[in-house]
Every structure is written in structure tokens, then in C-alpha cells.
Design a protein around this ligand. Structure first.
Ligand code: OAD
Length: 277
């Protein structure tokens, strides 16, 4: 189905008139979650990387660097208390609920997310539809010897702090090295599921929705090149990153565009679900 107009109406028409197959891929980044109260990384002033002064890091990205973690784990462990899903009680945004609705309507092929907040799944997107490209807090590993560590044990240790019987120092002694959740640090490989689904999914992709990401981290940022030429590519982002060649660029807050889109689609249930949550 060709795109009739390069705006939300055109997008809604395409979704309503294209064959009901699972041919939509979402690429999500931190901007999908800012409305939940979770800062993104690179927005000047509000992004996480502008707000790490108290840790005295060599560079802001050091907080997610394996070398730095081995030398000075305190900073990451302190930040992890805030990032651990469930601890702060963050709720899914309208955008997350829209992704979940795309799945319920049988349209979502996959949601590739760079986020580690778990909000896609909390909004009801089934785990098998989500590729957590930058890992998750669901599992944990000792960075010294590769031993698996129950994530719940690490969670307790992170919440307990450094010292004391349940703290992360004692966990380090128990497992013979520092334990890290399996979120992807700079210099680490992405999970196998990323490569598997990159190979399997994109050839079927007819609509690509890129939501709330600066596309500055590779290999994720290469994904918009994967779909076939016939695929329609849509951006929903505050910042214009049109160099990636989108058919429709919806600048501004993704939740606002999603609100208009679901209204045009007649999927008001998404708004109701949001209001009830
Ligand atoms: P960034 O902070 O780099 O980009 C977030 C983008 O979302 C920016 O372009 C914002 O303008 C936009 N944005 C913020 N709030 C928005 C909203 N409500 N609606 C629409 N757009 C909004 O975050 P990511 O691209 O996700 O990786 O960052 C990618 C990776 O860099 C992260 O996964 C993390 C980080 O280093 C690792 O730690 C491995």
C-alpha cells in the first residue's frame, strides 16, 4: 500500500488499509520514556549525561564503561538504584501502550528497544515481541569469571548499598568478582537476540516507526537501513534526525503524535487504558 500523504493522517490511512499482517517494526529509545519521568541520555540540560557531576567521571559515558566499572564501581551501583525497574515505580507512557496495542491488533512484528526500563513489557508487549537491544536487569553476571548470578540477589545488594552483609561488596566476595546486571556497557556485545532478529525480521518490515532516539549508538543506529526499499519510515522525535531519510518526520513529543494517531485510527481504547492506569 503506498503512502497517500506524509503526515499523521497518511500514516493512519496506511495502517488501516494495509494488509493485516505483522509487518510493523518499532525502534525505541529513551524519548519513549521521558514522559514517565525517566530522563533520556543526551538532551542538553535534562539528559542523564549532563547530570552526573557528583560522580566525578572522566566522561559521562564512563558510567556505562566496563573498564571504569572495574576500577570504580560505586558510581554505577549508585545509579543502578534509580534505574532498576520497579524501584521508582515508573509507569508506561502512551507511546508504550500504543506499541502494546499494535501487538494486540496483530500488527507488531517486533519492538527493538534500547531502553532498560522494562516499560514496553509493563505496558503489555509480550516478551517475545521485544528485543532488548541493550540488555536488561533480568539477569546478572560476574564480570570477572562470567558466572551467572540471580538478578534478585544483585537487586537486593544494589538497594542495600556498598557495605554490610547484603551489600554489593559482600556479593563481590561471594561470587569472586564484581557483579553487573546484563545491561550492555560500551564495548560489550549486544545480546544474540539482537542479531537473530535483525537477520530474520527486517525483510518483512513494511512500516518502521522510530520513536524517541537520537540514533547515536551503533550498531542499533544502523537498523533503519535494514528494511527493504518499499518500507515506509516514520520518525517521532523531539530532535530532527532527518539525515536518516524518513518518509514522515513527526517532530515534538511522541505521546502527542501518538494521541493524534490513535484518535485517527479509532483506537480510543489506548487512551482509555492510559486514563485507567
Ligand atoms: P538519547 O538521549 O541519545 O536520545 C533521545 C532522543 O529522544 C533525543 O533525540 C530527544 O530529543 C528525544 N526525546 C526526548 N524526549 C522525547 C519525547 N517525549 N518525545 C519524543 N522525543 C523525545 O537516547 P537514546 O537514543 O535512547 O546505551 O540513546 C541510545 C543509547 O545511548 C542508550 O540506549 C544508552 C545510551 O548510552 C547504553 O548505555 C549502551
Amino acid at each position: 500500500v503506498p503512502l497517500k500523504s506524509r503526515c499523521i493522517k497518511g500514516l493512519a490511512d496506511w495502517i488501516l488499509t494495509s494488509p493485516c499482517q505483522r509487518n510493523i517494526i518499532v525502534l525505541a529509545g529513551a524519548g519513549a520514556s521521558t514522559a514517565a519521568g525517566i530522563p533520556d541520555f543526551r538532551s542538553p540540560g535534562t539528559g542523564l549525561y549532563d547530570n552526573l557531576q557528583k560522580y566525578n567521571l572522566p566522561t559521562p559515558e564512563s558510567i556505562f564503561s566496563l573498564d571504569y566499572f572495574r576500577k570504580a564501581p560505586d558510581a554505577f551501583y549508585e545509579l543502578a538504584r534509580d534505574l532498576w525497574p520497579g524501584v521508582q515505580g515508573y509507569r508506561p507512557t502512551l507511546t508504550h501502550r500504543f506499541i502494546s496495542t499494535l501487538d494486540r491488533k496483530g500488527r507488531l512484528l517486533r519492538c527493538f528497544t534500547q531502553n532498560i526500563d522494562g516499560l514496553e513489557r509493563l505496558a503489555g508487549v509480550p516478551s517475545e515481541r521485544v528485543v532488548a537491544a541493550h540488555g536488561s536487569f533480568d539477569t546478572a553476571t560476574c564480570v570477572r569469571n562470567g558466572k551467572s548470578v540471580p538478578a534478585e540477589e544483585l537487586r537486593q545488594a544494589v538497594l542495600s548499598g556498598k557495605e554490610g552483609p547484603g551489600g554489593w561488596q559482600s556479593l563481590r566476595e561471594k561470587y569472586g568478582g564484581l557483579v553487573k546486571p546484563d545491561i550492555v556497557f560500551f564495548g560489550e556485545n549486544l545480546p544474540a537476540s539482537f542479531f537473530k532478529h535483525r537477520t530474520l525480521d527486517f525483510c518483512k518490515c513494511q512500516l518502521l516507526l522510530v520513536i524517541g532516539t537520537s540514533l547515536s549508538v551503533y550498531p542499533f543506529a544502523d537498523l533503519p537501513r535494514e528494511p527493504p526499499g518499499s518500507c515506509i519510515k516514520v520518525l517521532m522525535n523531539r530532535e530532527d534526525i532527518s539525515e536518516f531519510g524518513f518518509d514522515i518526520s513527526l517532530l515534538g513529543d511522541c505521546d502527542e503524535h501518538v494521541q493524534e494517531l490513535v484518535t485517527r485510527l479509532g483506537w480510543q481504547e489506548v487512551l482509555k487504558e492510559m486514563a485507567d492506569s
